[in-house]
Design a protein around this ligand. Structure first.
Ligand code: HEM
Length: 258
């Protein structure tokens, strides 16, 4: 049996596919969080970062294609393993016994997975294809003399909508639950989860997952609480938060106060 047959035709092969694709996706979500945390820095930082990614051109499409293939393989191996387990289980009594022993996170893997997938589709329409909201939600800003998408303001506008923020928080909580079981299973599938360090691995996984949730929640919460605000001068003028230097109305107000 060649290696591809072993990977795609056997249960252990499918587990390895799920573990490797899971590892790549874990790398992506953590990397993505680190990039997004730049919202706490000057707006130019995150705008420059997003502009850099966009300017990768064909390389960006190659990365997107690779991620899409990774997600597809992750879902395929998960569905195939569930079907194999169902077929192998047979007796109902055994199934009940398994359910009792499994953790909440492991029992809800398929539901959290489906909801996270729905979130990703919405999220891409929200921030990448920019199709969920009107064009006012997707402003532009100056960066080194060029007009670029103002990702900082887009994120602020996005999370100022309470229902959007709640949806993100629920989806990220479910993703965290999914990761908490997925990461330790991943170590088991690739044979790196021995009895001696299983407890330590579980604790480490939980700590990392909590940090992951808090990092994302901090982004959403800082906008909702008003800590992170719109800092694009053109938008601030339009919103009446900042005045243009040649504004007659404010000069009058200043004169009247004096
Ligand atoms: C608070 C949480 C999050 C924020 C603030 C956020 C922010 C963003 C932004 C601004 C973009 C668009 C980048 C651009 O095109 O300029 C984006 C794209 C994306 N995000 Fe997120 N994201 C969050 C959570 C997530 C999560 C949890 C996932 C995955 C489970 C995810 C997956 C993606 C994907 C797949 C893209 C498309 C990348 C591309 O091809 O351009 N994001 N995100």
């Amino acid at each position: 049996m060649n290696i591809l047959n072993a990977l795609f035709k056997t249960s252990i092969g499918k587990k390895v596919i799920m573990a490797i694709t899971g590892l790549i996706l874990v790398g992506f979500v953590f990397g993505h969080l680190v990039g997004n945390l730049q919202i706490f820095s000057a707006p130019e930082k995150i705008n420059a970062y997003a502009h850099l990614l966009q300017s990768l051109g064909p390389a960006l499409w190659a990365i997107r294609g690779f991620l899409l293939l990774t997600v597809a393989l992750h879902i395929w191996s998960a569905v195939a393993l569930v079907l194999e387990n169902k077929a192998a289980r047979g007796a109902k009594g055994y199934a009940n016994q398994q359910t009792l022993r499994a953790s909440y996170a492991s029992r809800t893997m398929r539901y959290s997975g489906v909801i996270v997938l729905a979130f990703i589709i919405y999220h891409i329409m929200h921030f990448t294809t920019k199709t969920t909201h009107g064009e006012d939600f997707y402003p532009m800003a100056m960066l080194d003399g060029h007009l670029v998408p103002d990702v900082h303001s887009m994120m602020v506008f996005g999370f100022q909508q309470v229902w959007v923020s709640v949806f993100y928080l629920v989806a990220i909580a479910l993703l965290t639950l999914h990761l908490s079981h997925g990461i330790s299973s991943m170590f088991q599938s690739i044979g790196l989860r021995s009895r001696t360090w299983a407890t330590c691995l579980n604790k480490l996984t939980i700590a990392v997952c909590i940090l992951y949730f808090l990092g994302n929640a901090a982004i959403v919460g800082s906008v909702l609480s008003g800590y992170v605000k719109i800092q694009n001068p053109n938008l601030q003028v339009a919103m009446g938060e900042l005045c243009t230097p040649d504004c007659n109305v404010c000069e009058t107000r200043i004169a009247a106060n004096n």
